[in-house]
Each structure stands twice: as structure tokens, then as C-alpha cells.
Write a new protein. Sequence first.
Length: 320
Amino acid sequence: MSTADRLPRLLALVPYLMSHPGAQVPEVAKLFGLTEKQLVDDLQLVWMCGLPGHTPGDLIDVSWDGGEILIDNADTIARPLRLGVDEASALLVALRMLSELPEFAEGDALARVIAKLEQAAGEGAAAVSSQVAFQPDATVDATAAATVTDALRRGRRLSLRYYVPGRDEITPREVDPTRLMMVDGRSYLEGWCYRADGMRLFRLDRVIGVTMLDVAADPPAEAEPIDVTDGVFRPSPTDELVELELTAGGRWVAEYYPCEEVTELGEGRLRVTLRARDQGWLVRLALRLGDSGRVVSPASLAARVRDQAKSALSRYESVG
């Protein structure tokens, strides 16, 4: 058994033995789901633990002669560990964000957990977490969100019409939903898409219409949750490689999007390379950057940006 498995058990075992002097080896082993040999191995490890110094007076004193466990000199860990204010605050903030998700709209279990944690953590942590305000994703149609939530709860397949901005088209999809999540303030549906034959994320504000089918959701065995730790956008090695030069005002691009290479050019300027599945969103990004960035390559993308910029400027001239 690994150290990661044993340490939490030892931290729970010592306080238990301190509050139950004379506990019997067979009873304690059964309580912690161990064999008697595993428990004795743990006790032998506890016997070598203690405060810095490692003298007999610093180490925990434990004995189990005759099957009766006696422990002493362990007052420093006799009580369960408590969360610090920063740890409790972080946990409360995460729970409050979780409570904003559609699947937690009904029921009060999460609210009770938050209330208990606030009471245990004290006023400091509760005050910090209460100052964080979460705005629900107002761009999502409430009826669509309710249908998706109901399908997840009942394990049903969804038929939806989904807007793909990169191609400026609406596509029909059949999806076996697996979970709802919120990433960077946006609500997403994760599920197995039969059109793409793979796991996909769908932004709920881009769902034009959704219907729950009278078909059980049955994702294939290879369907695995999508890792969104580093964000939703995940470039592929086969995507087109794009090079941009950014002024100090455009450096945020290197922080917001996953870049394959970032080079300092001096005076706050950057050269970044990143991959794009389609050029549409990069055209919009380049227009958004304005004079704080320019497309170096590919030449086709630079030309599209110039054409779009000229077209936009001509409309201003016609109005004038």
C-alpha cells in the first residue's frame, strides 16, 4: 500500500486511539477495514513518528501487548485537522459556484453543506466567500437548460440544433449527455455526439433548440470525460499553425490562448505561434486586436483580415 493511502488512515487512527484507550486490536482492525497484521504494521509506523528531535520524549509511544492498544505522547495530533481560513474560503467559493449550475437548482442538500461549512469555518471564511458574486449565464435559454438537465437526470438522449460560429451554420445533433459544467463563466453540455462520433462540448447559449428523445442515453465504452483543466479550447497537431506579432496592448492573447511558442521582441512586444481549427475566429481576433497585433503567417489569413477590415471601413465611409 502506498504512502498516500496510509497517511490519511494514520491521521485518523491516532485521534481514534487517543479517545478510545484500551481498544482491542481485532475491533480497531475491523473498524478501519484492515487485517490485524495491517493494523500492527500501522502501529509500528506510528511508533516511529513524532515531533522534530526524534528523542524518546519526542516520539509517539504506542503498545499493543495482549491485544490492548495504548497510545501516549500524541497530543499534537489527538484532534482532527481543521481547515485554515484560506482553505475554507476556497472551498466555500467553489461550493457557491457549484450551486449556480442548473442540476443543483432543486433540492437544498448543497445549501445545507455550505451552511455547515460556514458555521465550522467561522466568520472570516464566510465573510470572504460571501463577497464573491456569481452571475448566472443569462445568455442561456432557461427552457433549453431545463430540458438538458432533465435528460441528464433521466438518462435520455437529446436532439439539438447547434450553431457553429466558425462555419456560421446550424447543425442537427443527437447527443448522449454525460454532464453539465461551467468553464470561464459559460455553461457547457458534455456528451457523446453521434454526428462527430466522439465526445464533444456544446455551449448552451449556442443551442438553438433541444428536444429530449424517448431513447436511453448509451455512450460507448470509449467515451471519457473531456479534460477542461486548461480551458475548453484544445488545439490539435493537425490544425493550421498561425504566427502573430503583438504589441504590449495585445499580450493578453498569450495568456488567454494556448500558444506553442512565445518570443519576447522587446518593448513589451511578443511573437506567438498557435494552432487554429478554422480561420474564422482568428479573423475576428485580429480585427479585435486592431493596431495591437498583426498576422505574420499564413499569408491567406493576413489577406482575409485585410479584406474584412477594408469592408468594414467602406461601410463607415458610405454612412459618412
